[in-house]
Design a protein around this ligand. Structure first.
Ligand SMILES: [Zn+2]
Length: 488
């Protein structure tokens, strides 16, 4: 959750737009082979899709606030786009404020890198390789292909596609998720993008072997996290297999085009990310001892025991471990709690079971109990609309009618625990940042971390961040990434 203005800009998920896309066949060009192919989606449709989804992505993740870094990523992206098979498309490259290691593309020319992935690259060549891969998805129209296929099958690609089936029925109401983003590419599409990524990076003089090395980082990250692989690698090709294949493709391409390597130093890339925020940013909300604190927006509320919390710039979502109930906190575009309640009733065609005004920690509020139906599913919703300053906060507790008696006390406890920020220590919390250091003495990486007093439980994580092993020797004068809590 970031700030009120960003929340307000949040619109409805545009899957209706996607699904209403023409069902006629269009003849389009395969940009890679030059052959003509049939697809349901024209280039204009692709661009419209990307343009529609881009604000949703920004609402979901937020933009990372570092114009120089964004300009740098854009510069590399534009260079890749120029040597691609589809140089005439207008491309937009963005850095999103997420700690997750990921990069992804939308049809029509939109590419996103998280600050998490930028922190993990150890050279510009790694960045360029992944950039080539993402541009490859756009060039080869993979997103459009996926949509065509889904449309043919009559499938609704909608909100909540990333959630478990049991939870999906809630998500329809909760307006979470971005269907487009969770389009899964096939194994063949991933392989094709790897091949294009190697080609484009090589044409620009980047050593694509370094892109292969980045797959080693990905493999280590996913092994460490128990197999949760970032979206851009989420389909079957195992990162270790891809690593080997990319080395092979690199050898081929370097011969094919009279490779002229760029003169790049690791430090040139590291300087770009010196000071980048690393891991979760507590200023945008964190949970401590069962309380959710939002320092920037200055509020807090209790989190039910063992419930999972998902905090994004647009909302805070909580779900019961059994996924039988969910709570969502968002902001209303309304001046008063009463107005917000009326909007909710009108928009979701809710049947009101009870409505009353109350005060929560002195703040004016409305509690609404209603029933909402959608495509045969009926949910009961326990809502609290609470005004703090100029903003109306909305808690919706969702569950099925037969479970409401059980969950009602939980929903009420959370909403009635909402308050102004009381814990002032929360305001002092700072995020970790990457700090680059030139080593005055040689040693093993582990010795370096000890010397610089890095948190002991994070040595392995830091080794991955550096693309090295803990017992690797580092030389005097070599640059390493460390972590600091000082700003800048
Ligand atoms: Zn991919």
């Amino acid at each position: 959750m970031r700030n009120a203005a960003r929340w307000m800009r949040r619109g409805l998920v545009p899957f209706v737009v996607m699904l209403s896309l023409l069902f006629t066949l269009h003849c389009a060009r395969d940009y890679v082979t030059g052959k003509r192919t049939f697809t349901l989606i024209t280039e204009a449709d692709e661009i419209a899709l990307g343009r529609e989804a881009d604000p949703q992505i920004l609402a979901e993740f937020g933009v990372y606030d570092d114009p120089r870094l964004v300009a740098y990523v854009d510069e590399i992206g534009q260079a890749i786009a120029r040597v691609s098979h589809r140089p005439n498309l207008k491309y937009t490259f963005r850095v999103v404020d997420s700690p997750v290691v990921n990069a992804f593309a939308l049809p029509g020319g939109w590419v996103y890198f998280t600050r998490g992935i930028l922190a993990h690259f150890n050279s510009e060549a790694e960045l360029a390789g992944v950039m080539g891969h993402e541009v490859g998805h756009i060039v080869a129209r993979h997103g459009a292909e996926q949509l065509s296929r889904a449309q043919l099958a009559g499938l609704a690609i909608g909100i909540g596609a990333a959630l478990s089936p049991e939870f999906r029925k809630f998500s329809k109401f909760a307006q979470v998720g971005i269907g487009l983003l969770f389009l899964k590419f096939s194994r063949d599409q991933e392989s094709e993008s790897d091949r294009l990524g190697v080609e484009y990076a090589t044409r620009l003089g980047y050593n694509a072997h370094e892109m292969a090395n980045f797959f080693k980082t990905i493999a280590r990250l996913s092994e460490k996290s128990g197999g949760s692989i970032p979206t851009f690698l989420s389909t079957h090709p195992n990162p270790r297999d891809r690593e080997a294949r990319i080395h092979e493709l690199t050898r081929e391409w370097q011969q094919k085009i009279e490779f002229q390597p760029k003169n790049l130093r690791r430090i040139d890339y590291l300087r770009r990310i010196d000071g980048i925020v690393y891991g979760k940013d507590p200023r945008q909300g964190f949970v401590e001892s069962g309380i959710f604190y939002h320092p920037q927006m200055r509020f807090q509320f209790p989190v039910p025991d063992r419930w999972q919390v998902k905090n994004t710039p647009a909302s805070v979502q909580m779900s019961d471990p059994r996924q039988a109930a969910a709570i969502q906190l968002t902001l209303a575009k309304a001046a008063t709690p009463e107005e917000a309640a009326q909007q909710f009733i009108a928009n979701s065609k809710a049947t009101v079971l009870e409505q009353r005004a109350l005060r929560i920690h002195g703040l004016p509020a409305v509690r609404l109990h209603s029933r909402v139906s959608n495509r045969g599913d009926t949910l009961e919703v326990r809502s609290h609309f609470i005004r703090k300053g100029q903003t109306v906060f909305v808690f919706h507790g969702f569950t099925t009618p037969d479970q409401m008696l059980k969950y009602r006390p939980v929903f009420d406890h959370v909403a009635r625990g909402f308050d102004r920020l009381r814990n002032m220590a929360a305001l002092k919390k700072k995020p970790w940042r990457v700090q680059i250091r030139r080593l005055a003495r040689p040693g093993t990486l582990q010795q370096v971390f000890t010397r610089y007093r890095m948190p002991r439980d994070r040595y392995e994580e830091l080794a991955i961040l550096n693309g090295l092993e803990l017992n690797d020797r580092v030389k005097k004068g070599q640059w390493v990434k460390l972590l600091t809590r000082r700003s800048e």
